[in-house]
Ligand binder design. Structure first.
Ligand SMILES: O=C(O)C(=O)C[C@]1(C(=O)O)C=C[C@@H](O)C=C1
Length: 96
């Protein structure tokens, strides 16, 4: 690869990353904003904010989705742990 090709490829890759970053942010906001509906449902059902059985199911589903994919599974699990934590933080606003 010559220098010009390398520069073009780097710029194209960064442009794609910028688009993906925006999509990821939108998806994180969409997931986190479900916390309101979840929290008011749990309140009506007298359920705890924490649902470890559901978290185990999510974990199993992610394991299955990742089974045949070439990706760092531990890192993906870490990302989902952060997303679940964000949901819990958000739900607290409506449950306290
Ligand atoms: O499904 C629920 O009950 C939720 O509160 C959502 C969620 C999640 O972020 O996926 C968050 C906290 C619970 O412990 C389990 C799952």
């Amino acid at each position: 690869m010559d220098v010009e090709e390398a520069k073009t490829l780097l710029n194209k890759s960064r442009d794609k990353i910028d688009v993906l970053n925006e999509q990821i942010i939108d998806l994180i906001i969409e997931r986190t904003s479900l916390a309101h509906d979840i929290a008011i449902s749990k309140k009506a059902l007298n359920k705890d904010l924490l649902d470890t059985a559901r978290e185990d199911i999510i974990h199993d589903k992610i394991d299955n989705l990742l089974a045949s994919r070439d990706v760092d599974k531990e890192k993906i699990i870490e990302i989902f742990e952060i997303l679940v934590e964000m949901s819990k933080q958000e739900q607290k606003k409506y449950l306290d």
